[in-house]
Ligand binder design. Sequence first.
Ligand code: ATP
Length: 252
Amino acid sequence: MENTQREPVITIRGLYKSFGDLHVLQGVDLDVFKGENVVVLGRSGTGKSVLIKIIAGLLTQDKGTVNVLGHEVSSLNEKELRNLRLKIGFSFQNSALYDSMTVRENLEFPLVRNVANLKRSEINEAVESVLDAVGLLQTINQVPSELSGGQRKRIGIARTLILKPEIMLYDEPTAGLDPITCLEINQLINEVKEKYQTSAIIITHDLTCAKETGDRVAMLLDGHFIKTGTFEEVFDTQEERIKSFYDYNFIQ
Ligand SMILES: Nc1ncnc2c1ncn2[C@@H]1O[C@H](COP(=O)(O)OP(=O)(O)OP(=O)(O)O)[C@@H](O)[C@H]1O
């Protein structure tokens, strides 16, 4: 199906963001359609995290429009923004788990905080269901310090899934993990898409992750996307900056 016929979930046009003299985003355009994983690639400091923070309403742009699930993010009031954020699962680089809480308590936390009047049995069922989805039911009574980096990453993803988000934002999902664990996380990202029918932006400089998880890949450079397409379309190029990114980043 042509993109023009598909339902957009994120539409970004002419996005600019600077911090003082540092011009980070300089005319970013991006579409994410329902049910697709879009990988945002770019070197360190190119503004990938800034971009997804603007999408989630954690930062405000200087110029341009960001429409998420039919809402112009910068024009939402606090309550509307909170409601929109419930539909966005933000998987942070550091997994952002509470060290003093068990896995069960970490997963219950967003649920109890955001959904009123849940019965204990419903909470248990929701926690067990997302843990099962990430393959870690056996860790339910452990604390984060007892888990490996890959397991913590999975629990972080489970914690975002518990609110059944429509959009997932993955910030460097494979950073700091060994190659086998990276492959498992890539697989999990694809499983999440199938099972929870999510659309996603995945920011990474891991090209294996981009190849495995991205329906489309968008290359961020000098403040805007210089090329967007399938992994093969983006890297089948003579453009020197894209070729050198590939040569320095492709591991296998
Ligand atoms: N709140 C802020 N205040 C000032 N500067 C910021 C702020 N947030 C980000 N920046 C700067 O904007 C630039 C882009 O940051 P960003 O975190 O988006 O990079 P990135 O592409 O995600 O890099 P990495 O791959 O290293 O995470 C960096 O130079 C960063 O220092």
